[in-house]
Design a protein around this ligand. Structure first.
Ligand SMILES: [Zn+2]
Length: 308
């Protein structure tokens, strides 16, 4: 294994200016796979699961090239900043493929894209529910020229839900897996864990999924424990992200993982002062896969994600 420090900024006193990249089996024959965690610095389950895998893997089982970043966004980790990078307030997972002349986050995305993502055949971006984000485990992939390979990779992770996103109606852009898909890499975003909690069952579930996915790509030689079959996931083909038109106190009445019917009331936002009230209803039937757990919601604040 080779360890390299990717430099984002010449001023190394700025936290997060170096990102360690591990490369196993560089230049050897076989599939090339990139794995990343810590794009959001408070999504601890994903980072712990990737570290647990690296601590326990027998390197002789790696057949091909495996490129790994265990903590992509150290600035957010050390400052306990949810969602965005503190240096410029940008969300790293809306900034790919990045810009070498841009702000800190855009340059960080550029370096990661060039060194971790562009050289590989398969890419796995490991996430969790952030500090105020409750979450039901799921895998997401973007439609592309390699949709079939991305879907198979998503299914191999063994979680209950797979969301296929069509770029033209995606609620967001600039994700790492979306930018990878654009250049023909079979890529997924895998989400396990909730509310910034380091829950051991969630770490185990994320790590097992990663192992199964790596075996699926062929970069990890198969051993019995990864062959345990899982029930096929539900695949969803659209994705509604609901936002609040007012600021106020968010009170959901349904929890993540539940199915809601079109028109069903999911919760409400009430103004702190004043009588304003926004009732949140499901625009179509589907499963609640993530939800803001904090009552504090600003105008246009994200409330939940519904996979339909
Ligand atoms: Zn995330």
């Amino acid at each position: 294994m080779q360890l390299r420090n990717l430099r984002i900024d010449d001023d190394l006193s700025l936290v997060g200016s170096e990102v360690p990249l591990r490369v196993y089996g560089e230049g050897t024959r076989g599939p090339r796979v990139g794995v990343m965690a810590g794009v959001h610095g408070c999504e601890y389950v994903a980072m712990a699961a990737l570290q647990k895998f690296l601590d326990s893997v027998d390197e002789s089982r790696i057949k091909g090239e495996l490129r790994v970043i265990t903590m992509a966004n150290a600035a957010s980790f050390w400052t306990r900043t949810s969602f965005v990078v503190p240096h410029d307030g940008k969300n790293l997972n809306r900034s790919f493929p990045g810009n070498p002349e841009g702000s800190f986050t855009e340059r960080l995305a550029h370096v990661i894209f060039q060194e971790l993502i562009r050289p590989v055949d398969f890419f796995i971006d490991m996430h969790s529910g952030d500090l105020v984000e409750d979450l039901e485990p799921f895998v997401l992939f973007e439609e592309s020229d390699v949709t079939d390979r991305a879907r198979a990779l998503a299914q191999s992770y063994g979680l209950g839900h797979v969301v296929r996103v069509v770029k033209s109606d995606s609620p967001i852009s600039g994700t790492a897996s979306g930018a990878a898909a654009e250049i023909g890499i079979a890529a997924i975003t895998a989400e396990v864990g909730r509310c910034g909690l380091l829950e051991h069952d969630a770490v185990d579930q994320h790590e097992r999924g990663l192992r199964r996915a790596l075996v699926h790509t062929g970069v990890l030689e198969v051993r019995g424990e990864e062959e345990v079959p899982t029930s096929p996931p539900l695949e969803h083909s659209s994705w509604a992200w609901l936002r609040s038109p007012i600021s106020g106190w968010w009170s959901p009445r349904v929890s993540v993982g539940h199915y809601v019917e079109a028109g069903e009331q999911i919760g409400e936002v009430r103004e702190i002062e004043g009588l304003g009230r926004h009732v949140v209803s499901a625009p179509s039937s589907g499963y609640l896969l993530f939800m803001t757990s904090s009552p504090a919601v600003d105008v246009d604040g994200l409330l939940l994600g519904l996979a339909c």
